[in-house]
Design a protein around this ligand. Structure first.
Ligand SMILES: *Cc1c(COP(=O)(O)O)cnc(C)c1O
Length: 413
């Protein structure tokens, strides 16, 4: 067995760019380097052809028409454009009228790239409902239905959660929104490219995706904007040269767009076999860890989750210490993962996981380049590290002696 260290088990944070993607991108830097906006010479036409091809590749992956794809710098920008753009377009009451400008529904365990635009809109006079999931982390159609109001203008719920991989009832929520005439956006960054997507079948109006989460380059992504039934319109957030139907001004990142297109094409052709392969590897990894340790818990719904992700809490071990003990493996812990603060993950807390267990969790996310040997190595290393750290833990000793440590009254000195 030959392994290349450190091992990479953090594919939910970013993926390695597939070498076939890099190869497709290279000519766009040095040969086809025209500005696709140059309408009057061959350099411009050739660059525009490349962008057209990529637009079709992205559209094909999600069942869209190529005219419905807007290129952006990534999912953060796509979410901002979708959420703010739809809110400003469909607002029901004027700013300063004393009434809410409109009502928006989202979830409290969404990515910050959704939560922060929603908070901004709240400051500007929109009402926002932050749904709370049950302990399995799933957002259901029923939860959204119960939160709907006469002045609801937008629902934004992610397709799959980035920390726990849990999958929400997206087609059902989309159907509800279409019945009520409410615009529906989904942050599908963790879903698209890994799982089958059809924006028409799945009732989606706006969908965000990102290149670097699906083996494409960083700094490029797309927003799907439905053009028919209903025709969705947005207020542009970035203004200028009027590129991308006026929704996203700025010279197109042609090499990045070419890479995103190629990455989408590869995902489409390899999706089915990859999904089965990764599910088997993930289950093997998870089983191998869970069956050899006590006081562990897999977070999120057991079945409704992405096949390549697992999030596990280990009682009596700090996630950060565990990561330090396994430096040869790149993974994420349940604390400090999105911010500079060391607080426990708001996503795990949102599921009702206690602070202790939230602090002691690991997210392991596999990808296209993960091998069986890597998974076997990681499982052994994690089990060994947890066992060693627990040997040093007086709390774990007390737990084994049957003392309920939540009931201990610590003496103040
Ligand atoms: C990574 C991620 C984002 C941010 O994507 P960028 O392209 O890095 O801006 C947004 N939402 C989810 C769910 C993500 O996983």
């Amino acid at each position: 067995m030959s392994l290349n260290f450190p091992l990479y088990l953090d594919n939910a944070a970013t993926t390695r760019t597939d070498p076939r993607v890099v190869e497709a991108m290279l000519p766009a830097f040095t040969e086809t380097y025209g500005n696709p906006g140059s309408r009057n010479h061959a350099f411009g036409w050739r660059a525009e052809d490349l962008v057209d091809t990529a637009r079709r590749q992205v559209a094909d992956l999600i069942g869209a028409d190529r005219k419905e794809v807007i290129f952006t710098s990534g999912a953060t920008e796509s979410n901002n454009l979708a959420i703010k753009g739809a809110a400003y377009m469909y607002e029901k009451a004027a700013a300063g009228s004393g009434k809410p400008r409109g009502h928006i529904i989202t979830g409290n365990i969404e990515h910050k790239a959704t939560l922060d635009p929603c908070k901004r809109l709240q400051k500007e006079g929109f009402d926002v409902t932050y749904l709370e999931p049950g302990p399995d982390g799933v957002f259901t159609r029923e939860m959204v239905e119960n939160a709907m109001r006469d002045d609801t203008i937008l629902v934004t719920i992610m397709w799959a959660n980035n920390e726990i991989g849990v999958i929400n009832e997206i087609p059902q929520i989309g159907e509800l929104c279409h019945d009520r005439g409410v615009i529906f956006h989904t942050d599908a960054t963790q879903w698209v490219g890994k799982m089958p997507t059809d924006v028409t079948r799945d009732n989606i109006d706006l969908l965000s995706l990102s290149g670097h989460k699906l083996y494409g380059p960083k700094g490029v992504g797309a927003l799907y904007v439905r053009r028919r039934r209903p025709r969705v319109r947005l207020v542009a957030i970035q203004e200028g040269g009027g590129q991308e139907r006026g929704y996203r001004s700025g010279t197109l990142n042609v090499p990045g767009i070419v890479g995103l297109g190629k990455a989408c094409e590869l995902c489409a052709s390899e999706m089915d076999t990859e999904r089965d392969r990764l599910r088997a590897l993930r289950d093997r990894l998870e089983q191998s860890i869970v069956s050899r340790l006590d006081t562990v818990q897999v977070n999120g719904h057991a079945e409704k989750r992405l096949p390549h992700t697992t999030n596990i809490s280990f009682g009596f071990v700090e996630g950060e210490s565990l990561m330090m003990a396994c430096k040869e493996i790149a993974m994420s812990s349940g604390s400090a993962c999105t911010s500079a603060s060391l607080g426990p993950s708001y996503v795990l807390k949102g599921l009702g996981v206690g602070d202790d267990l939230a602090h002691s969790s690991l997210r392991l996310s596999l990808g296209r380049f993960t091998t069986e040997d890597e998974v076997n190595y990681a499982a052994d290393a994690i089990v060994t590290a947890v066992t060693k750290l627990r040997e040093l833990s007086p709390l774990y000793d007390m737990h084994n002696e049957g003392i309920d440590i939540t009931k201990i009254e610590w003496q103040a000195h």
